[in-house]
Every structure is written in structure tokens, then in C-alpha cells.
Ligand binder design. Structure first.
Ligand code: PMP
Length: 361
């Protein structure tokens, strides 16, 4: 089989070394004579994996002591409901900053549960940009302010996070968690489905500040309370053990690579290759995001016509580039360059973009 360059938007590339290690111990994990999937989630062998994943994420992401790391299920989408269920009390407002389709979906769910507002939105600019602090409209009874740190579909990303004092800041970091250093203390809650930067689908990571665990608990079904999972170290019910095992492997890999600062450096280098191909194309490739809002994770662009997009994508597919289609709701092209996508894949894409433009493929 020829080389495949995986630019899928999620689920997406995993580090080769991680897959190889998982393969090597698939039928005999840690001398147990069985796979990690077949172990009890109460067993010593599994619990060590579980705890190690929590500890490693805290270490790598510099998570202060007053935060808990939780492993949840239901994807980031369930967080869209769990957040308002937990925090939206009578007389308070869930305030949302809209920067793309996923923020809209988060808001839609909150509206089912309580009162909401839009603190800022870049919808009128077709989600090409990120709002600035001057644009925010807050209310003194905001229960929280919600943002999406990286907009997977439109290819924009917050470059700096606002400091918000009047209410906890909540961030959906599904598509950029652990891709760069973040000041965790700016946030009350961070959540992310694992299937882009952290591992396979099936586990959702939440990082929550301790004082938020008590909010509204009596009105929330037990399994949907953050506190339930915090009190039981995410072993209240059967966790997705294999997904957490893979998460632990991916975190181990991040540490071996030199941690988040090294990963961030590489991510910048990778994204630059592709943005340079766009910027040096005399308008042949048109980036969707404004330059100061460009995502390091999802690079979105179009060719002059829809027909050109199709031809570019068809040829790319022939050459082994996978997942370069834009999201079905917006079309165009998108290269997702998550942590596990190697530099070589981005070099190859840059070369392909250049040679396609100059008619050399
Ligand atoms: N938020 C963002 C930013 C996403 O990119 C996605 C998935 N692509 C989701 C939420 C939804 O995640 P899930 O499929 O895990 O529910």
C-alpha cells in the first residue's frame, strides 16, 4: 500500500507509534493474558491506566490543583446539554460567543434548558473572524460565558483568550485541546471529545474547577452531574476503557515528543507550510479565515471555482491525501493538521498545492 496522508477532521490521525504499541499488547496487556478491553474497570491493571491518563494530562497541560480531570461519554455534543443543565438556574443566562456551527449547536441546546444570550457573533462575516473583547455584551446575571476555542468547520481559532471575571468561562476545545499551551485558570470548564488530538472517539475529557462542581446538582440526573464523576474519579459507571487506554498512550507519546511546547512549535511549523502555499499562490488558493484568526488545526481554503475544488480534491485523493474535503455544510477544502499529523504530510501537501497550481501534476 502506498503512503497515505491523513488529514481527516475527526476522528483523525493517531501517532503511528501509539497504534503499534496498542497492537503489540492487544492480546496480552501488562502480562494479564488478555486485552485491556477485557479487564474489569475495577481491576488494578485498568485503574493504573486510568489514573496515569489523568495525571499525565494534568502534568502536560499544566492543570492547577483546584481542577479535576473527568472522563465522560456522549461526546462534546452531550456537553452542550450538560452545561446548561448544571449551571443555568432560574434568573440566570447562558451567554454564548458564536464563532461557527459548533457554537451555534451549543447555544441551541442551552435554549432548550433555560435563558440564553449571544455575547458576540461573527456570523455576519461568514465566521471568517473571531470577535474582539470590545464586541462582548455581558449581563450581570450570566451563569457562564461559552466559547469554541477552535472552529473545526470554518478554520478559525482564538489566538488569545479573554479574561472574564463576572462569570465562569467555558470552552469547547474539541478540536485544539493539547495543541498549544493554555492558561487553564482563565476557564471554569474546558471540554473536548477525544477524537482529534487525544485519541479515538468514545471518551470526552472535561477539566473543571472545583467550585463549579456543586452548582444545581439536585436538579440534574445523577449521571449528568459533573460532581458524580468527580467524586468517583470518573469510575461512577463503566468508563470507555479502551478509549482511555488509547488516550493514555497518546499522552505518553506527547510527553515523549517533548510536551505541549514542542507540539505547539511543530503545529505552527506544519500550518505555516500550508498557509504559505495559500499566501504565495497569487489568489489561486483563497483562505477562508482572516489572517489574524487562522487556525493551526483546520486550514480551510477554496480554489477559484467549485469545479476547481472538485478537480483539486480528486487528484489529491489519487495521490494518497485523505480527508481534504471541506465539511459538507460549507464545501471547499480543509486540511486538518492535528498533533499526530506528521510534518512530512504537510510538506507533501504543500508540494502538491504548488505543483497543482503550476500545472505540474
Ligand atoms: N465541538 C467541536 C468544536 C467539534 O469539532 C465537534 C466535532 N467535530 C463537536 C463539538 C462535536 O463533537 P462530538 O462528535 O464528540 O459530539
Amino acid at each position: 500500500m502506498t503512503a497515505v496522508y491523513n488529514f481527516n477532521a475527526g476522528p483523525s490521525a493517531l501517532p503511528k507509534e501509539v497504534l503499534q504499541r496498542a497492537q503489540a499488547e492487544l492480546t496480552n496487556f501488562n502480562g494479564t493474558g488478555m486485552s485491556v478491553m477485557e479487564l474489569s474497570h475495577r481491576s488494578k491493571d485498568y485503574e493504573a491506566v486510568h489514573q496515569n491518563a489523568i495525571d499525565l494530562l494534568k502534568e502536560l497541560y499544566n492543570i492547577p490543583d483546584q481542577y479535576k480531570v473527568l472522563f465522560l461519554q456522549g461526546g462534546a455534543s452531550l456537553q452542550f446539554s450538560m452545561i446548561p443543565l448544571q449551571f443555568l438556574k432560574e434568573g440566570t443566562i447562558g451567554n454564548y460567543i458564536l464563532t461557527g456551527s459548533w457554537s451555534e449547536k451549543a447555544l441551541k441546546e442551552a435554549k432548550i434548558i433555560g435563558n440564553t444570550a449571544i455575547a458576540a457573533s461573527t456570523k455576519d462575516q461568514n465566521y471568517q473572524s473571531i470577535p474582539t473583547a470590545n464586541d462582548f455584551q455581558f449581563n450581570k446575571n450570566d451563569a457562564y460565558v461559552h466559547l469554541t476555542s477552535n472552529n473545526t468547520i470554518f478554520g478559525t481559532q482564538w489566538q488569545d483568550f479573554p479574561t472574564i471575571d463576572h462569570a465562569p468561562l467555558i470552552a469547547d476545545m474539541s478540536s485544539d485541546i493539547l495543541s498549544r499551551a493554555v492558561d487553564i485558570e482563565k476557564f471554569g470548564l474546558i471540554y473536548a471529545g477525544a477524537q482529534k488530538n487525544l485519541g479515538p472517539s468514545g471518551v470526552t475529557v472535561a477539566i473543571i474547577r472545583d467550585d463549579l462542581l456543586e452548582a444545581n446538582v439536585d436538579q440534574v440526573p445523577t449521571v449528568l452531574r459533573y460532581k458524580t464523576h468527580a467524586d468517583s474519579n470518573s469510575l461512577y459507571h463503566t468508563p470507555p476503557t479502551f478509549a482511555i487506554y488509547m488516550l493514555n498512550q497518546v499522552l505518553t507519546w506527547v510527553k515523549e515528543q517533548g510536551g505541549v511546547s514542542e507540539i505547539e512549535k511543530r503545529n505552527k511549523e506544519k500550518a505555516k507550510l500550508i498557509y504559505d502555499a495559500i499566501d504565495e499562490s497569487n489568489g489561486f488558493y483563497r483562505g477562508h479565515a482572516e489572517k489574524d484568526a487562522r487556525s493551526l488545526m483546520n486550514i480551510t481554503f477554496n480554489l477559484p471555482t467549485e469545479d476547481d475544488n472538485k478537480k483539486f480534491l480528486a487528484k489529491a485523493k489519487e495521490l494518497g491525501f485523505v480527508g481534504l474535503n471541506g465539511h459538507r455544510s460549507v464545501g471547499g477544502c480543509r486540511a486538518s493538521t492535528y498533533n499526530a499529523v506528521p510534518l512530512e504530510a504537510c510538506v507533501a501537501l504543500r508540494e502538491y498545492m504548488d505543483s497543482y497550481r503550476t500545472g505540474h501534476v
